[in-house]
Design a protein around this ligand. Structure first.
Ligand code: TXE
Length: 480
């Protein structure tokens, strides 16, 4: 059985303990590879390697740093089929999605930050004729990057690329539930000539390997994407050490449909925003709010569209919905469907586990599920489910739509559908979310600030924000 290895100081190595964890293919429900069960010793070696590599990497002309990162991006593009297949098997997502979204975005992340770093500049403030102040930004040292399982290589590179481009060295940990593409990435780093120790990848579980990264005193900054509960734990450890923190956490995103929308488009994109990647994207719209006069028509068409989605073998052409990431997660999501029933919800379609015929008979598949009849305060409408489950609720007025949207402890993203330009601006300004999509969803420009409000996180990634995050800032005041 294939063994994934840690990537430390430019070479692969076994975990020092010799212990491995099982890695499941969720579409068949069985173990297909092994993951290092790394601990604080492995992390400590990785941090030492990153510290040793830091002086040369941070002092390297930015053009050379950029060139290495762009070479890695080229290799990702070259190996797109291999990576997409690996990610589909590792994660359960449709191969077509991995090929069209996840892997292209991974190379785009590298190119974006590699070229962005070439144009990075800082400010100067002249104080009349008395002084010149300039802002000096320098790479901050060793950064810790911890990423989740839902968009494995996409989010791994979203963190690692700006850190490396900014001149930091990195100790990274991908999720133990989908580590394969980060392992393949380490092979591409070696092939591209990334100097040893610049990036170190330590595999293992969060409370052991992840926690050791967060606790290590030489890791100056932590960039984390994952669940809100884990985010709190990381903040509790890192805050008293005054580490720089970027936390991208969960969401319970509203998808607001006004009666004056372009209905066909709203329906089409809402099916995507509800069920893409099995609903396992923090930006998925899990609460659909529909203006009352359109409610019945929308619900009927949305349910009809949902019923047409094909749940099946992720490797097969034409599959819309693959397997959930794990049996635990399948049980968690199914538990929320039971909860919705107890809370008085009516399941209009879905709600049951799917047994896919053939090689995927033991995989973790769930029907896309549409629930109505719940109020905005119930747990189903308050807690992140992170699966192919949406609720639909009617609203009377624009004010109600804003109120329902803002009624959870999350504030990551929102979509709104209207042809009324003034309303689009008005509502966007009132919704407490870090990202608002008007008449679209998941349309991303990597220059824009990305992140959540309230319990959806802390800090902004993307564009200059990400490059700035990985630098120390000082003001130098020169008296003239
Ligand atoms: O993610 P975790 P889990 C949500 C979703 C899901 C829930 C839990 O609702 O059901 O979170 O998912 C590492 N110190 N999202 O448990 O635990 C872990 O190893 C340091 C939203 O799978 O947050 C992994 O690499 N690291 C989400 C990463 O943190 C720790 C994406 C994320 O795992 C750690 C995924 C610790 N103490 C889940 N504990 C999004 N916002 O996109 C865990 N980790």
């Amino acid at each position: 059985m294939e063994k994934i290895l840690n990537y430390v100081n430019g070479a692969w190595q076994e975990p020092r303990s010799g212990m491995y964890l099982d890695n499941y293919d969720p579409s068949i429900g069985s173990v297909y590879s092994l993951i290092p069960d790394s601990d604080a010793n492995d992390v400590s070696e990785a941090v030492t390697a990153a510290l040793d590599a830091f002086p040369d990497w941070s002092a390297m002309p930015v053009e050379r740093r950029s060139a290495v990162l762009q070479r890695i991006a080229d290799l990702i593009d070259r190996d797109i089929d291999l990576l997409a297949r690996a990610e589909s098997i590792d994660n359960g997502k449709p191969l077509s999605l991995a090929r069209s979204l996840d892997i292209p975005r991974a190379s785009a992340n590298l190119r974006f930050f590699a070229t962005g770093a070439l144009h990075f500049s800082s400010e100067a403030h002249t104080t009349g004729t008395d002084a010149v102040n300039y802002t000096l930004r320098t790479p901050l040292g060793v950064a810790g990057c911890i990423s989740p399982w839902n968009l494995p290589l996409y989010l791994f590179t979203w963190k690692v690329a700006p850190a490396l481009a900014a001149g930091c060295t990195v100790v990274a940990k991908p999720s133990e539930l989908s580590p394969m593409t980060a392992y393949i990435f380490s092979k591409l780093c070696i092939e591209a000539g990334l100097p040893r120790g610049v990036l170190n990848i330590v595999h293992g579980i969060g409370p052991k390997a992840g926690q050791a990264i967060v606790e290590h005193p030489e890791v100056i900054a932590i960039s984390f994407t994952g669940g809100t509960v884990t985010g709190k734990k990381i903040a509790t450890t890192a805050a008293p050490m005054f580490k720089k923190l970027s936390l991208e956490l969960g969401g319970k995103n509203p998808n607001i449909i006004f009666a004056d929308c372009d209905l066909e488009r709203a329906l089409d994109i809402s099916l995507q925003s509800s069920f893409s990647n099995q609903g396992e994207i923090c930006l998925c719209g899990s609460r659909i709010l529909v203006e009352k006069s359109l409610y019945n028509q929308f619900v009927e068409a949305f349910v009809a569209g949902t019923k047409k989605l094909k749940v099946g073998d992720p490797l097969e052409e034409g599959t819309d919905i693959g397997a959930l990431i794990s049996e635990n997660h399948l049980n968690k999501v199914s538990g929320y469907i039971d909860l919705a029933r107890q809370e008085g919800g009516q399941i209009l379609t879905g709600g049951k586990r799917v047994i896919v015929k053939g090689r995927c008979a033991h995989g973790y598949f769930l029907e896309p599920t549409v629930i109505v009849g719940l109020d905005s305060e119930c747990r189903t409408n308050q807690e992140e489910i992170f699966g192919p489950v949406v609720t639909i609720m009617p609203f009377d007025t624009e004010m109600d739509a804003v109120h329902f949207s803002n009624s959870t402890s999350y504030g990551l993203s929102a979509s709104l559908w209207t042809e009324n330009l003034k309303r689009a601006h008005r509502v966007s300004a009132q919704i407490k979310s870090g990202i608002i999509w008007v008449n679209c969803w998941l349309f991303r420009d990597l220059r824009t600030p990305f992140g959540g409000m309230k319990q959806s996180g802390l800090g902004r990634e993307g564009g200059w924000e990400a490059l700035k995050f990985f630098t120390d800032v000082k003001n130098v005041c020169v008296r003239l």
